[in-house]
Write a protein that binds this ligand. Structure first.
Ligand code: XMP
Length: 486
């Protein structure tokens, strides 16, 4: 044993460093001179707020992922549910915003009001398109909305209450959303079908869809104008199938969720998905914390790397296994691993964010985006309801390697380890209820903008290049640092 090589140097966490103020030409962080646009992974458009909500079952389901993407961030839906349920959650996010509905709810003209109501319960739309003939060769004959349903009984044929084609406004194929909105405004209507001369339906534009684009100008969107969303997969045999089904549901990013990413299996699963199955959807993988770990993830063919071993609020890996690397050093290690790469894969700094300033520090160290668990777990959009504890509203947050999360995995048939043999590396606790997630995002982005202006950085790339740290000799203990409360 060569004892000289036992220590790999010192590790620095967020508490151990501060950013150094630099001479800056940025007038104000509010002046719009600073862009926080960032790359999440190779292969999807950049997002405007470099924050990802963590794939934890007390953090990201479809509601959190939708909110994140609407405001310009990104959510990764957790995997502790059946494949069918995870697909449904992905679809719910993808269906929220669209330029044009290309699969509108279409129903036969022989259907009744009860049939149409049933269809809308499943499709969650404000209308049905009434069709003559079969779905593929038929033609549009009318449109009906829930208001029309009130004009008849459940057994009334739709054709009696619908607005027939002769009284409808339509636009031809090729019309843009703006053109459709113009017609809808003029005619004071909320929906307008796209219909070709032969009566075939090509889609439907709605005012509601248009309003989303107006109300959320920074939304994270795919090439078709739909919200971006990621989903986690694991390392069980069934996870290849899970990944393929998620790809079919048009998820934008797959996140390979392994606590210790420098595992032979990472290479195996990436090879199976990318080479054997030909998956084109970008895949982020992790977690790692060393230069070699980051190189390994890149060499396995991942499109992004998740960095962080042990910094999470509900993590117990450092206590239980004695393993971890303080997060600033872990991110610096990944940045070092890729410093000479041409098309560098983006770095996701995962875990340990307690204060807005930590976001600036993570990005200064080389992260493109950061992933947040506990700070978002206390919001309205995280799964679960707030509970009253001694007069304070709290929400549960649990480590995905905690005993209670393990119980759930066992119930889903995801693990065959017995409860007695399982050694948890995460805990379950409660965090103050903070209201809307957008409030947390705003605070975190505000802190980042401030850190960037002190560092004279107008972009994430400039922050990587220009920001500098000092090491704090006597940092406050974690107990002294009060995490963001509201
Ligand atoms: P924060 O600090 O934002 O961190 O809550 C979120 C990240 O923590 C990781 N995580 C865990 N790590 N045991 C661990 O060692 C766990 O049970 C556990 N659960 C979550 C994960 O990387 C997440 O994104």
């Amino acid at each position: 044993m060569n004892t000289d090589q036992k220590f790999l140097g010192e590790g620095l966490g967020f508490d151990d460093v501060l950013l150094v103020p630099q001479r800056s030409s940025i007038r104000s962080r509010f002046s719009g001179e600073i862009s926080t646009a960032a790359r999440v992974v190779r292969g999807i458009p950049p997002i405007q707020i470099p924050i990802l909500s963590a794939n934890m079952d007390t953090v990201t389901g479809w509601r959190m992922a939708t909110t994140m993407a609407l405001w310009g961030a990104f959510g990764v839906i957790h995997r502790f549910m059946s494949v069918d349920d995870q697909i449904k959650e992905v679809r719910r996010v993808k269906e929220r915003m669209r330029v044009m509905e290309d699969h509108p709810p279409v129903i036969s003209q022989n259907a009744t009001i009860a049939d149409a109501r049933r269809m809308l319960r499943e499709r969650e739309r404000g209308y049905v398109i009434v069709h003559a003939g079969d779905l593929f060769n038929g033609i549009l004959v009318g449109i009906a909305t829930p208001r029309d349903f009130d004009a008849g009984s459940p057994n009334t044929p739709l054709s009696q209450v619908m607005t027939p084609l002769e009284r409808m406004w339509t636009v031809p194929p090729g019309a843009t959303l703006e053109e459709a909105v113009e017609v809808m405004r003029q005619k004071r209507i909320e929906k307008i079908p796209v219909v070709s001369e032969d009566g075939k339906l090509h889609g439907v534009f709605t005012m509601k869809d248009h309003e989303y684009y107006e109300n959320y100008p920074n939304a994270s969107l795919d090439a078709k104008g739909r919200l971006l969303v990621g989903a986690a997969i694991g390392v069980q045999e069934g996870d290849i199938e899970r990944a393929l089904r998620l790809v079919e549901a048009e998820v934008d990013v797959l996140v390979l969720d392994i606590a210790h990413g420098e595992l032979d299996y990472t290479q195996e699963i990436l090879r199976r998905l990318k080479i054997i199955e030909g998956v084109k959807t970008p895949i982020a993988a992790g977690n790692v914390a060393t230069v070699d770990g980051a190189k390994y993830i890149r060499d396995c063919g991942a499109d992004g790397v998740k960095v962080g071993v042990g910094p999470g609020y509900v993590c117990e890996t450092r206590d239980v296994a004695g393993v971890g690397v303080p997060q600033v050093t872990a991110i610096l290690n990944a940045a070092k691993a890729y410093q000479n790469d041409q098309d560098r894969i983006p770095i996701i700094g995962d875990g340990g964010i307690r204060m807005p300033g930590d976001v600036a520090k993570a990005i200064a160290a080389g992260a493109d985006t950061i992933m947040i668990g506990s700070l978002l777990a206390g919001t309205e959009e995280s799964p679960g309801e707030p509970v009253d504890q001694d007069g304070m509203l709290m929400k549960m947050v649990r480590g995905m390697a905690s005993a209670s999360a393990f119980e759930r995995r066992r119930a889903l048939g995801e693990s065959t380890t017995s409860a007695e043999d399982y050694v948890p590396e995460g805990r379950t606790t409660f965090t103050p209820y903070k209201g809307k997630a957008s409030k947390v995002l705003k605070k975190l982005r505000g802190g980042l903008l401030s850190g960037m202006s002190y560092s004279n950085a107008r972009s994430i790339e400039e922050m990587h290049d220009r920001a500098q740290f000092v090491i704090v000799k006597n940092p406050m203990s974690p107990e002294q640092r009060r995490p963001l409360q509201s």
